[in-house]
Design a binder for this molecule. Structure first.
Ligand code: CA
Length: 503
């Protein structure tokens, strides 16, 4: 494996197999295939979109061909436009929601069940084709399944509700072997600890620019009585084009402090593009719209100066990572995040340029700088953007499902699990509202950790430290942090002598 196209093919094969109940694509594993063949999916309901409740601009049409029933629903143009299916379930359990839809191009649209956001389903064929939102738990009784505009521009034919295949427990048996064979013992100890807990426990996490004694950590502590296990930090202010404008940061010191207090640290890097490429406000220079950088040109050798500038930027971050290595701090390192979203400059030139930069970054930090304290968290968020198993230890997804949405996001979790074979550990590397750990355990969405973003997601924008319940209510946050499946700072053993897994 190891190239994105292969991975995409595999993910698609698994998806089709799940839909038809033939198990995973691992034909070589006869036992797995035989076991999964025992499960036969059953369609418990078919609902035509043209007969569903159509809201706003959504209306019935029958001009296109290939639909079932009397036509299809179309006209998803405004955020309030919806198609609501009234679904009747006789037996509580997990169901795949199989949506049949068509569009001229790739589209994603929102699905909610009884008002709770469940994720999105994909439309990518001009003919009516099926896309599943997997493993939705439905109690017996009537439910409202709503499709609402995200990208819009789809024709929606029908919804089949189908019993979902059971989760193969093997997806939680992930390897602790790091892709960098020279990883330090301390880094291996951390990965071993994460793997030992994966599948049964979930680490709590919180971004806080001002460290574990800063605002976000303190408001979480005030509400829950607990300190998050994982501190999320950002190398943003070490980017040379910000330093040139007077930025300073103590993120590295905060990381050392949290590690020395028994915690775990993760870093992202809102990489502010080199000054040469900034076209607007310098402090927004990680967004593509404030730069004119062409990563494809740089990675193809058509902009050598640009390449040198990027390498100098990497040098600046390597310096900080070396400080962490010298202090014995292993880092859950999540560079070049959310690339497939296309809003950051490193995702603007497509998957190939991004993968080249990711691999270049990996090789420079690992081989040139000898950084052996990094656990590489890939957060490209699309199988086509996967750089290869030899560069990735953990897969991260970032999900902001709205306000006070506590669903487990099992659909996205399973999608990420299926990026690789065998599966890697999957974490919720950024979130807005926090999911309910009870729902995650029920659904099997065993995110290795969550890491809530800072500011309004937990703290009010005031000088006094005050909790913001806009995204996660106080009672809910307290309940989540007290959940027995959740690891907080005081649950972490001494990682300094944690046994390294033999594999
Ligand atoms: Ca139809």
């Amino acid at each position: 494996m190891g190239n994105g196209k292969c991975m995409a093919g595999l993910a698609a094969a698994i998806m089709i197999c799940n839909l038809t109940g033939c198990g995973t694509a691992a034909d070589t594993d006869r036992q797995t295939v035989e076991e999964e063949e025992k499960f036969l999916p059953e369609t418990v309901g078919t609902y035509e979109a043209e007969e569903a409740e159509l809201i706003g601009n959504v209306h019935r049409e029958s001009n296109a061909s290939g639909y079932s029933g009397e036509g299809y629903a179309t006209g998803f143009e405004e955020d309030t436009d919806m198609c609501v299916f009234h679904v009747e379930i006789s037996e509580a359990g997990f169901y795949d929601l199989n949506f049949y839809s068509a569009s001229s191009d790739y589209k994603e649209n929102y699905v909610s069940v009884d008002g709770d956001s469940m994720g999105t389903f994909v439309t990518e064929t001009k003919e009516f084709g099926v896309s599943a939102l997997s493993r939705v738990y439905l109690e017996a009784g009537e439910h409202e399944v709503s499709v609402a505009k995200y990208w819009g521009w789809i024709d929606l034919d029908k919804l089949d509700v189908v019993t979902a295949a059971p989760i193969d427990p093997a997806i939680y048996q992930v390897s602790a072997k790091l892709c960098n064979e020279n990883a330090t013992d301390q880094t291996k100890r951390l990965m071993s600890y994460l793997c030992d807990n994966y599948g049964t426990k979930i680490l709590s996490g919180q971004y806080c620019d001002t460290g574990a004694f800063g605002k976000e950590f303190q408001v979480v502590k005030k509400v829950t009585g607990k300190t998050p296990a994982v501190l999320g930090l950002d190398f943003i202010e070490y980017s040379p084009s910000r330093v040139e404008n007077g930025s300073t940061s103590k993120a590295t010191e905060f990381a050392i402090q949290h590690w020395e207090n028994g915690g775990i640290v993760t870093f992202c890097w809102h990489w502010n593009a080199p000054s040469k490429y900034l076209t607007g406000q310098w402090y927004s220079g990680f967004y593509k719209e404030y730069t004119n950088i062409d990563l494809a040109k740089i990675m193809n050798g058509e902009d050598e100066e640009g390449y040198d500038l990027l390498m100098k930027d990497i040098d600046a971050i390597a310096e900080q990572l070396l400080i962490l290595q010298d202090a014995g701090v292993p880092v859950l390192w999540r560079p070049l995040h959310e690339a497939a979203g296309g809003w950051f400059w490193w995702g603007d030139a497509g998957a190939d340029a991004y993968k080249k930069l990711y691999i270049c970054l990996y090789e420079k930090l690992t081989d040139e700088y000898g950084l052996n304290n990094l656990i590489w968290v890939w957060n490209g968020q699309d199988a086509d953007w996967y750089p290869g198993d030899e560069y990735v230890d953990i897969i991260g997804e970032d999900i902001y499902p709205g306000e006070r949405v506590y669903t487990s996001q099992i659909n996205k979790y399973m999608e990420a699990v299926n990026y690789t074979n065998p599966p890697k550990m999957v974490v919720l590397s950024e979130n807005g509202c926090v999911f309910d750990p009870d729902l995650a355990v029920r659904d099997g969405a065993m995110w290795g950790f969550w890491c809530t973003w800072g500011s309004e997601f937990v703290a009010k924008n005031t000088s006094i430290f005050s909790y913001s319940d806009q995204y996660t209510e106080e009672d809910a946050l307290k309940r989540f942090y007290e959940n027995e499946a959740v690891i907080t700072l005081d649950d972490i053993p001494d990682l300094g002598d944690y046994p390294i897994r033999e594999e």
